[in-house]
Design a binder for this molecule. Structure first.
Ligand SMILES: Cc1cc2nc3c(=O)[nH]c(=O)nc-3n(C[C@H](O)[C@H](O)[C@H](O)COP(=O)(O)OP(=O)(O)OC[C@H]3O[C@@H](n4cnc5c(N)ncnc54)[C@H](O)[C@@H]3O)c2cc1C
Length: 380
């Protein structure tokens, strides 16, 4: 490993990679990404690939809208196909109260030109003909939302970065961070690296990385489970989400079903651990909503961290009291879909440019000022 870099990025998940990509596009090539596991071994290779702009805060809508536009070009730039398919997101309401919540959300989203539609039960059935709609009172639908396949995007970023001079050091854990002569001195499992600037893109571990610099941030990792089913003939176009229990399911480009559901929280536990209880809970819900799947097989099941912030909006900021250090975390379960915007945002902070978004709503000081707006559409 080399011993000096202009920018060190901790974490090779989608945040670290997209930030490095935007930095390279701004002409900065002297970057080292440090990763304690294999490439993107955190949440970025464990998620559902859902991409939506249907949120309830301006903070998330702005980043998601910008990112959806970018996803449409990014494959061409990186020369990879990550199967971005805009088959829509369908939020399903099973009570009048839930429908009111969706109506309020869609009205708010319309201010940002999203064109989310509130639909009745008949229209829900038209969009998802195989769903058991008894008990469903309506929903909200936005056609421009969709899904993508995370792996090719991550390897596409990594290949691009390596060919443009960025080193990605895997199995290289950052253990301590000190400062000397105006630089950061990172003690890692592969030796020492000095860096002029530092980006903490450590996902569910980012609060621990902040603590290495004496900074406390109010995020916490929460384990979430997810499963993949056997490939089936195409029958499901949109991502289907239920408000009642955070159930979500989509059908990927190879016909496989990907889905999850809210479960009881397990703080700080091994993010890799999955449980039989999840299988039972998910299976019984899936069969009640899609009786045709009663004999479909679950093929794989795994888990990862949602890095939760107190208001479920991202934290994109300078590290308080530490010059030239930056932090991007707290996505609360929707960090993949906003990653192109996050990368652009962070690269602007690092290079001293003005990000294309207002900075204050994403800053850490919002928690002290009490000026937060909470996101209520956290799924899974
Ligand atoms: C089950 C599940 C489903 C999800 N579904 C969706 C979805 O449909 N759509 C969506 O947009 N988002 C989804 N998410 C959330 C999304 O995956 C995350 O928000 C996003 O991947 C976060 O990316 P990241 O790069 O910030 O963090 P990560 O991908 O977790 O990357 C952080 C990296 O930092 C490394 N690291 C940490 N500490 C150190 C250290 N000290 N030294 C070196 N390396 C270190 C870790 O090993 C890790 O690889 C889901 C998450 C889960 C768990």
């Amino acid at each position: 490993m080399r011993d000096h870099a202009q920018v060190a990025i901790i974490g090779s998940g989608v945040t670290g990679l997209s930030t490095a990509y935007s930095l390279v596009n701004k002409g900065l090539n002297d970057i080292v990404i440090l990763e304690k596991g294999h490439l993107a071994s955190g949440a970025s290779t464990r998620n559902g690939g859902g991409v939506r702009a249907q949120f309830t805060t301006e903070e998330n809508i702005l980043l998601a809208k910008w990112s959806i536009q970018r996803f449409r070009q990014l494959g061409l730039e990186l020369k990879v196909n990550f199967w971005f398919r805009q088959g829509g997101y369908l939020f399903v309401a099973e009570s009048e109260q839930e429908l009111v919540a969706l109506r309020n959300a869609s009205e708010f989203q319309r201010r940002f030109g999203l064109g989310t539609k509130v639909i009745d039960c008949d229209r829900v059935q038209e969009i998802v003909p195989h769903m058991n709609c008894s008990g469903i009172v309506g929903g909200s639908y936005r056609r421009g939302d969709g899904i993508l396949f995370p792996f090719p995007l991550l390897t596409g970023y990594a290949d691009f970065l390596r060919s443009h001079g960025t080193d990605i050091e895997t199995h290289c854990e950052v253990k301590h961070i000190n400062q000397a002569n105006g630089e950061f001195v990172l003690e890692t499992s592969k030796g020492e690296l000095r860096a002029e600037k530092l980006v903490n893109a450590g996902g569910g571990w980012s609060s621990g990385v902040c603590r290495m610099m004496g900074v406390n941030i109010p995020t916490r990792p929460v384990r979430h489970q997810i499963m993949a089913g056997e490939p089936l003939a195409p029958f499901l176009k949109p991502m289907v989400v239920t408000l009642r229990d955070g159930f979500y399911m989509s059908q990927g480009p190879r016909g496989e079903l990907i889905g999850g559901i809210s479960e009881s929280e397990l703080h700080g536990s091994d993010p890799g651990k999955s449980s039989a209880a999840f299988c039972e809970q998910f299976s019984s819900r899936v069969v009640s909503l899609f009786p045709m799947l009663s004999s479909a097989r679950m093929m794989r099941q795994w888990a990862g961290f949602y890095d939760m912030s107190p208001d479920a909006n991202p934290i994109l900021d300078r590290m308080p009291g530490v010059e030239n250090a930056f932090v991007a975390c707290g996505y609360s379960g929707h960090g993949f879909m906003i990653s192109p915007a996050v990368g652009e945002f962070m690269s602007c902070l690092v290079t001293g440019k003005k990000p294309p978004f207002p900075t204050e709503p994403y800053g850490l000081s919002r928690f002290e000022k009490g000026s937060t707006r909470s996101e209520s559409l956290v799924i899974g």
